[in-house]
Design a protein around this ligand. Structure first.
Ligand code: MEZ
Length: 542
């Protein structure tokens, strides 16, 4: 195919090189179809992960210098963020621009869920978000939400699968609550109008995900998060919940005695700071992918800069398992414009095979994500990867195999968003395999919470990816959507039940004065201001 037809100008040469390499995937398909690969036995899986998983690269880690997690190891990028200084001056006028019962910070799935449940219990709610309502990782979730609703399944089975995937490091209480409340959450979402996929009898259709013993994924094709957010956003707007968009939280406030009483925001339209007084605050600020830990590309939303971790940390909240991150096995490597974008695990769940540069399979595609990612990294480090003309390494995901196995049109029908995503760059994934490599996808840990979502700081709740403990050291596919629904609900409900009989507290920045003093004793604050709010790609490039 000529350069003009491809419409990619100077990129055509690179594309043709990749195409030549794709041939091996087509040629080996027939032989691979019959092959079954076992999952790794426990001791081999641990050896593999320790050798190749990015969580085990010692040089990427250092101890945090001060604060509630002083001495704990985390990745350098996060350590710098936590040690960064607040943009808020100690003498800021704290007269509130708004006074509410419950302040929700974050406009993704967890934030909307928390706001809706708090509002339904009669609380006066304000939802503030640094971008637009719905701009979040939730909206980008593709592969589904795990809920134990199938006849042959149970919350106990869901509990055990999640525990195994998380290397037995999950908080049992949080996990019990999540798996048990899954079915009622699914009912709530159906009631609001979420269009989950159904089988030909009209029953809810469940798919099997990696690391799961039973089919348990509720899906909306490959745009599950988009569909959930469509409905949640509508509901927040329908209920007329007070909303502040383009308002970025830059500091929390306390009464001076360790209780959270509000937050300071930066209005991104005019750069001015303003204050919100609240009887309870729910942080639902999402993940951390845009820190590009260890230089990894990310599947995350532009706003995923770990803001909630910084805010809660400065107020004295303890963080958990911040030394472990999820690198989703299949991030796009080619074309360059899609670098790091998610290629849903759903494709592997339906039989898509991973193939190295020699045309061989090398891992059971439905093993847990840390195992699959480590195997891909191993293949690439040991010279069996495929290199693009710009130097990115990857292995193949044999997407056309789905149409071969399940009939022409399967990919188009089950993964319309993915087919379209590649079509924009004149690539047809129903005909040719795609190049993939692990992409930074999820922060396994976060702010420590109890079963009601409350952090160690009174009246400061945390829901969704910003919280920690539930997923252990490796989140199971499809559990993030359920997590944010369940703990959004629980934090919203608990916050609302508490505030009716409570006065507003004093608004102070005393914790910041203390934090700055502690930093001084250990060599001072880092050079950066945090939360960073947006990734600074200019700085990275220069
Ligand atoms: O839970 C996830 O991260 C998920 C389902 C992602 C995906 O591959 O689609």
């Amino acid at each position: 195919m000529g350069e003009k037809e491809r419409g990619l100008g100077g990129a055509a040469l690179k594309l043709m090189q990749v195409e030549a390499l794709q041939d091996l995937v087509h040629k080996t398909r027939e032989a691979r179809r019959k092959q079954t690969l076992p999952k790794y036995p426990p001791h081999e899986r641990d050896t593999l992960i320790r050798k190749y998983h990015p969580d085990f690269r010692e040089s990427a880690y250092r101890p945090i210098k001060f604060g509630p997690n002083a001495g704990d190891l985390t990745v350098r990028e996060l350590a710098c963020l936590l040690e960064g200084d607040s943009p808020v001056p100690a003498n800021l006028d704290l007269t509130p621009a708004h006074s509410v019962d419950v302040l929700v910070i974050g406009g993704g799935g967890a934030g909307c869920s928390a706001a809706l449940h708090a509002y339904a219990r009669g609380a006066q709610v304000l939802l503030a978000t640094k971008l637009r309502l719905g701009d979040s990782n939730t909206v980008m979730a593709q592969g589904g939400m795990q809920v134990a609703i199938a006849d042959e399944d149970s919350p106990v089975q869901h509990f055990l699968d999640t525990l195994k995937g998380g290397h037995m490091k999950n908080d049992h209480q949080l996990l019990k609550v999540m798996v048990e409340e899954g079915p009622s959450i699914a009912r709530w979402l159906l009631g609001l109008g979420v269009l989950f996929d159904r089988d030909s009898d009209g029953n809810l259709h469940v798919k099997k995900g990696g690391g799961s013993s039973k089919p348990r994924l509720l899906t909306c094709s490959d745009y599950t998060g988009l569909e959930l957010m469509r409905v949640l956003k509508d509901e927040v707007l329908n209920q007329k919940i007070q909303l502040l968009e383009f308002s970025a939280a830059v500091e929390l406030l306390s009464d001076g005695n360790g209780t959270c009483t509000g937050a300071v925001f930066r209005d991104l339209d005019n750069n001015r700071m303003f204050t919100v007084a609240a009887k309870a605050v729910i942080l639902a600020t999402g993940g951390i992918g845009r820190l590009h830990i260890q230089g990894f590309p990310t599947s995350n939303h532009y706003g995923a800069t770990g803001d909630g971790l910084t805010l809660a940390y400065r107020l004295g909240a303890k963080l958990l398992q911040i030394d472990t991150f999820q690198y989703h096995p299949t991030g796009a490597v080619y074309p360059e414009q899609l670098l790091g974008a998610l290629v849903t695990e759903g494709i592997r769940s339906e039989g898509g095979q991973l193939v190295n540069g020699k045309g061989e399979r090398f891992v059971n595609e439905l093993d847990t994500r840390d195992v699959v990612s480590s195997s891909i990294i191993r293949e690439c480090e040991e010279g069996r990867g495929v290199r693009t003309a710009t130097g990115h390494l990857g292995v193949w995901l044999d997407t056309p195999l789905l149409d071969v196995e399940h009939g022409a049109g399967t990919l188009e029908k089950h993964f319309p968003a993915m087919v379209r995503q590649y079509k924009r760059y004149k690539l047809d994934i129903t005909k040719d395999p795609v190049l993939i490599y692990p992409t930074l996808h999820y922060q396994n840990g976060g702010v420590q919470i109890d079963v009601n979502g409350e952090s160690g700081i009174k009246n400061l709740f945390v829901a969704g990816e910003a919280s920690g403990g539930l997923h252990g050291r490796n989140r199971l596919m499809g559990n993030s959507l359920l997590d944010l629904m369940v703990f959004g609900k629980r934090s919203g409900t608990e916050a609302a039940s508490r505030v009716s009989s409570m006065p507003h507290g004093r608004l102070t920045l005393d914790h910041l004065t203390r934090f700055r003093a502690e930093a001084k004793k250990t060599g001072g604050m880092g050079a950066i201001t945090s939360p960073m709010l947006f990734p600074d790609y200019t700085r990275r490039e220069t």
